[in-house]
Ligand binder design. Structure first.
Ligand code: ACO
Length: 324
């Protein structure tokens, strides 16, 4: 039996940090009221990293990929599959994965993007796992990367305070022992309107609304329900109980969602990896960034059982149970 194991993690955040106070002061100049107190109490977010103008998703993704390769002790020539999860690609085409491949100075092996918004990394990791189990790849780079600042309406205080830019990556390699124990991906396209950026380019013109729009309360309810159910499903499939989980590495949307799910699963708070206070919601990048932070600071160790969870527009969600 062939399995897939995470052999390296990496992350990259653009250097510019924007605190809640700085954002509130900037919005005040446009007559929009918000505050550090509102943002922190409703979301847990204290700051976000914002890419400078001209810095694209492929640039952030390439930095994170290099860090993951270093961590795995591998070179880019070892990689035969690159998957980038993003909703903010550099171009309509080619894919961001192809741009990353070129930046890494290699050619050959498959490279493609996955579009599942904030669930994108979990979708990408499950896809790479299937490629490796089927013998179609040996070493995969799975990257979540976003420049969400480019699709935010900075005059909409209900959404723009929530997000940040960044990239996270893992190297997933063929192994004799698991690795990825179980994965469950889901979508409900009938809920597309609660979280979307419903714009397009037609004949050189933007049509529709290119900015992210969200019904926050609907997203909150669906996220809690879907991720609680999904956690039980992957644990049942792998034959482990929830209390055997060492680390929960969830999509970093909102501290209240994370705490709600943690309580429903009876997981102690200290098992929850939280980065949203510093990173805000980096969409597809949030899970691999959180995994990288907890891996590098020594919390997540070899042999630990981690539950990775994504949820986002589509509506999409998914869980992966990983033996590190
Ligand atoms: N600053 C100050 N006031 C604000 C802000 C802000 N940034 N944003 C909204 N408000 C105001 C609203 O205008 C409203 O005022 P009104 O009653 O005078 O109109 C009031 O606060 C309450 O607004 P609600 O939208 O009802 O606020 P709520 O308590 O639901 O909190 C939030 C909003 C934080 C988005 C919440 O709904 C939530 O956590 N939803 C989960 C969605 C989420 O986390 N999405 C992240 C992206 S999706 C994903 O990653 C899966």
């Amino acid at each position: 039996m062939r399995y897939a194991k995470i052999t390296g993690t990496g992350g990259y955040l653009p250097p510019r940090i924007v605190s809640n106070d700085e954002l509130a002061a900037d919005m005040a100049t446009r007559g929009i009221e918000t505050s550090d107190a509102w943002i922190t109490s409703r979301t847990g977010i204290r700051q976000r990293h914002i890419a400078d103008p001209g810095v694209t998703t492929s640039t952030l993704a390439t930095h994170a990929a290099r860090a993951a390769l270093d961590n795995a002790g591998m070179s880019a020539t070892d990689i035969d599959l690159i998957i980038v999860a993003t909703s903010t690609p550099d171009f309509i085409f080619p894919s961001t994965a192809c741009l990353v491949q070129a930046n890494l100075g290699v050619a050959g092996g498959a490279a493609f993007d996955v579009q599942a918004v904030c669930s994108g990394f979990v979708y990408g990791l499950a896809t790479a796992d299937a490629f490796i189990q089927a013998g179609r790849a040996r070493h995969a780079l799975v990257i979540g990367a976003e420049v969400f600042s480019g699709i935010l309406d900075w005059n909409d205080r209900r959404t723009c305070v929530l997000f940040g830019d960044g990239a996270g990556a893992v190297v997933l390699s063929a192994a004799d022992e698991p690795g990825i124990l179980s994965a469950k991906l889901d979508a409900d396209g009938s809920q597309m309107n609660i979280l979307c950026a419903a714009g397009n380019v037609v004949r050189g013109q933007v049509t529709g609304d290119p900015f992210l729009r969200m019904d926050g309360q609907a997203v909150f309810k669906l996220a809690v329900q879907a991720l609680t159910r999904s956690a039980h499903e992957v644990c049942d499939e792998a034959g482990v109980s929830i209390d055997q989980i060492d680390w929960m590495v969830p999509h970093q949307a909102n501290i209240r969602i994370l705490n709600f799910i943690g309580r429903r699963l009876h997981l102690p708070e200290e098992k929850l990896v939280v980065t949203l206070d510093k990173h805000a919601n980096t969409s597809a990048a949030s899970v691999p960034l959180a995994l990288d932070v907890a891996h590098r600071d020594g919390r997540i160790k070899a042999g630990d059982l981690a539950l990775l969870q994504g949820v986002g527009g589509g509506f999409t969600w998914g869980s992966i149970l990983v033996r590190m």
